[in-house]
Design a protein around this ligand. Structure first.
Ligand SMILES: Cc1cc2nc3c(=O)[nH]c(=O)nc-3n(C[C@H](O)[C@H](O)[C@H](O)COP(=O)(O)OP(=O)(O)OC[C@H]3O[C@@H](n4cnc5c(N)ncnc54)[C@H](O)[C@@H]3O)c2cc1C
Length: 601
């Protein structure tokens, strides 16, 4: 059965040697307590929880799934899930980065990144429950009135309640402008008591019903009467499972019920619910008709969290592939037996097995640097006392998020499939636990905005609508790095191609921008290739930085050499993928768009 060991050495390397997170924390309000001693202890404890409590439940969750009782409308989670949640809460993990005022420890958001990675590597399905609570907490923190935070945020931080995000309806997923759920001011006093009656059906709602906690806070997108059509007429409502008023007292059951759960390809231990709202009592959160904007402000953290899910699965796939490739004996090395005393050589001697292992390692460690970097930007956006620094970090973060989410989840599919391939037939059968990772990874490119939506966000909004301000900041960082290391002979093999890739990225962006001004269809035509292209160049930057940081660190010689070797692999065998994407990006829209739909057959 597949194992998990938290990669603490690399996590610490990325946080402290590469990103210098400790120095950043020291100058941010609330970060003073995040000293190296404290963080080391936090990471050690999180690793124990992930390895010892969550990882053993991963296969259990996959095999058992969740159970729905039609007569009571209740959901039972797989054996051990509820107890693990209780342990998570008693360990204080739920409130790690939440404000102290609402019961949290107020540590910087980026400290949550390694924690999320560990939880998701150990058990992605279980990790969905805290992930959704975190999303709901962010919405309440940023948009709730003070009483709403007291009444609804506090119990979530304390772990007594959980949260959900209710956006999707059967006819609308990517296009939320189509949503029909409605909210009417409550008849009594014409809404004077502040409540609304929320009516509609939401589908695919993660953690919509479960047995972890006494109450669930649903954040529901709905339309007010006479709201404008489309995305400008959507408002956000708090709809608790048990009615809860301003006094914080839980009353009778609300008409917010689970109608069914989905049977699905992966993350089977995560309850994916049909939620029926039948004039359920709700409270408006944020201004009317601004619900989608409220969702957008917290999308950075939610999309980052799903990018980290991709990273988590790559890491888990890599660890298991590596162990197997060392143990499994098949055929001899092409250059002669490497282990003549054994009946055959281990898989790891074969070039194509090495290619797959290196690909997993390069995306795990490079992806960790990229994902944690984005998380440190969240800290600056939320906490920097300097307005200019906040603005720059915000522009950079908005730009990098679709890349983190889009790329890391797409390559998670590649890497988890590579694990199945390395295990051969033993990866395809259920018992080894390897095919579960491939099935679990598949959803990550779909929810929280599909890859296509991330790509359109990147090119259409973050580049075209802002004149590429975030890209400019990022290219400035790359340029500063290349400049600072121009005379560093040990880095020349990475700095020179990185500088070329960065220049090509800027040129290509300009060329696409010009074509898009003439024909808006060009954005959709180019978007996904542009997302991959950008992601591969961004990872090249983090690989070059990783070698520089490793060389300058007190890490072991083997660690430094492995970073350099993996960077060489990345630059020689992954970065050239940009050439294919660039060729496709230079092709006009015609080959894709000219043929009439009817001729597809
Ligand atoms: C397990 C699971 C958990 C989920 N959890 C939640 C949750 O907690 N809360 C919630 O609200 N929702 C949740 N969802 C829903 C999820 O967010 C949606 O499935 C997702 O947004 C896609 O919407 P859709 O399925 O309707 O696909 P559609 O929007 O119909 O898209 C179908 C395909 O068309 C593509 N597409 C759509 N528009 C364009 C375009 N303009 N250009 C190019 N391609 C396009 C999409 O990328 C996709 O490939 C969950 C779904 C699943 C399966």
């Amino acid at each position: 059965m597949s194992k998990y060991n938290a990669p603490l050495t690399d996590m610490r390397f990325v946080m402290f040697d590469l990103l210098k997170a400790e120095a950043q924390y020291a100058r941010l309000p609330g970060g003073e307590t995040a000293t190296r001693d404290v963080l080391d202890a936090v990471f050690d404890e999180a690793a124990k929880f992930a390895e010892q409590v969550l990882a053993p439940l991963n296969a259990v969750g996959d095999e058992e799934g969740c159970h729905f009782d039609k007569t009571t409308g209740t959901v039972t989670t797989p054996a051990g899930f509820k107890q693990a949640y209780a342990q998570y809460i008693s360990g204080g993990w739920g409130g790690l980065t939440a404000p102290e005022k609402y019961g949290g420890q107020h540590l910087p958001e980026s400290i949550g990144a390694p924690l999320k990675e560990m939880l998701d590597s150990a058990n992605l399905a279980w990790g969905m429950y805290p992930l959704l609570s975190h999303g709901a907490s962010e919405a309440l923190k940023q948009h709730g009135e003070e009483w709403q935070r007291e009444v609804f945020l506090k119990p979530i931080v304390e772990g007594r309640w959980t949260g959900t995000m209710c956006l999707t309806e059967s006819h609308c997923g990517s296009d939320l402008g189509l949503l029909k759920t409605r909210a009417e001011p409550a008849a009594e006093g014409n809404g004077a008591d502040g409540t609304y009656a929320v009516t509609g059906t939401k589908i695919f709602i993660s953690a919509g019903e479960h047995d972890f906690t006494e109450n669930i806070v649903h954040l529901v997108l709905a339309r007010l009467p006479d709201a404008p059509a489309g995305t400008k007429g959507i408002s956000l409502f708090i709809v608790p499972k048990f009615k809860t008023g301003k006094d914080g007292k839980m009353r009778e059951r609300n008409a917010a019920t689970c109608g069914a759960i989905e049977h699905k390809m992966g993350i089977k231990g995560s309850a994916t619910c049909v939620m029926n709202f039948d004039a359920a009592e709700g409270w408006l959160i944020g201004p009317p008709n601004r619900g989608l904007m409220a969702m957008f402000t917290m999308m950075n953290t939610a999309r980052l969290a799903v990018g980290l899910q991709g990273l988590a699965l790559i890491e888990r796939a890599y660890q298991n592939s590596l162990v197997y490739a060392r143990e499994r004996l098949q055929m001899r090395s092409l250059s002669g037996a490497k282990f003549p005393d054994k009946p055959a050589d281990p898989l790891i001697v074969h070039p194509d097995i090495r290619r797959m292992l290196f690909t997993q390692k390069a995306f795990a460690e490079g992806g960790r640097a990229l994902g944690y970097y984005a998380a440190t930007l969240v800290d600056l956006v939320e906490r920097s006392p300097d307005a200019d620094e906040r603005k720059r970090a915000d522009e950079l973060l908005s730009f990098i998020i679709p890349i983190v989410k889009g790329l890391l989840t797409e390559v998670a599919i590649e890497c988890t499939y590579a694990a199945v391939q390395i295990f051969g037939g033993h990866g395809y059968i259920h018992e080894t636990g390897i095919e579960q990772f491939a099935r679990d990874a598949r959803i990550t490119t779909i929810y929280e905005g599909t890859t296509q939506i991330q790509a359109l966000d990147l090119l259409g909004r973050k580049i075209m609508q802002t004149q590429g301000v975030g890209l400019k900041h990022f290219l400035e960082e790359i340029s500063a790095f290349c400049h600072a290391n121009a005379q560093n002979a040990a880095l020349a093999e990475f700095v020179a191609p990185l500088a070329i890739a960065a220049k090509d990225w800027a040129d290509l962006t300009q060329a696409i921008g010009k074509r898009a001004l003439a024909n808006p269809e060009e954005v959709g035509v180019a978007a996904v290739d542009y997302l991959f292209y950008s992601g591969y160049v961004a990872l090249a930057y983090f690989w070059a930085r990783s070698v520089a940081a490793a060389d300058a660190s007190a890490q072991s010689g083997d660690f430094k050499q492995a970073k350099r070797s993996t960077a060489r692999f990345y630059f020689a065998r992954i970065l050239p993928r940009t050439l294919t994407h660039a060729a496709t990006l230079r092709a006009s829209a015609e080959s894709l768009m000219a043929m009439p739909d009817a001729q597809f057959g």
